[in-house]
Design a protein around this ligand. Structure first.
Ligand code: ZN
Length: 145
C-alpha cells in the first residue's frame, strides 16, 4: 500500500526544478521507430505488430501509430498546438529521489514529432555516485601524509 502511495507522490511531471527541453522535428529524435518512420514516409512496408499478425505491410501513419497512446500530461504538439497526438517514446529514470525523463509525441494532424526531456539539476545515475565515491577514495589515498 505504501508503495502505491509513494508512486503517486513521486510523479515524473511534478516538482520540476529545471526547464523542460523541447524540440520539434520532422523525424523522431528517439532512436526507437526511426527506421520504420523513414519507411512509412517512403511508402515502404513495415513489420506488422506481432500481436496482430505477422509479415510486412505498407501502412498509413494512422494505421502504424494506431496502438500508441496519448500522454495526457503532455499532449500538445509544439508545431501546430494540436492535442491529437500519440506518444511513441517515454523513459524515466529515478535515483535517490531525483529524476530524468524523455517523452516524444507524434502529431496525428501535422505528423511532426514533439520532444520533451527533463533532468533534475542534481540528478546523477547510480554509477556516477559510485564513480565519485571511488574517485574520492583514490584522491584520499593519494594525499601525502
Ligand atoms: Zn501538430
Amino acid at each position: 500500500m505504501s508503495k502505491v502511495f509513494k508512486k503517486e507522490v513521486l510523479s515524473y511531471n511534478t516538482n520540476l526544478t529545471a526547464e523542460i527541453e523541447t524540440d520539434v522535428n520532422e523525424n523522431p529524435r528517439a532512436r526507437v521507430h526511426s527506421v520504420e518512420w523513414r519507411k512509412i514516409m517512403e511508402g515502404e512496408p513495415v513489420e506488422i505488430n506481432p500481436s496482430i499478425g505477422h509479415g510486412y505491410k505498407i501502412m498509413t501513419v494512422e494505421e502504424w501509430a494506431g496502438r500508441w497512446k496519448r500522454n495526457d500530461d503532455f499532449s500538445e504538439c509544439l508545431n501546430c498546438n494540436s492535442k491529437n497526438t500519440k506518444e511513441h517514446h517515454f523513459t524515466q529514470t529515478w535515483c535517490r529521489g531525483k529524476k530524468t525523463w524523455e517523452s516524444e509525441l507524434l502529431c496525428m494532424d501535422c505528423h511532426s514529432f514533439t520532444w520533451r526531456s527533463y533532468r533534475d539539476p542534481d540528478f546523477k545515475l547510480p554509477e556516477e555516485y559510485e564513480r565519485e565515491k571511488w574517485a574520492a577514495m583514490v584522491a584520499g589515498q593519494a594525499i601525502p601524509v
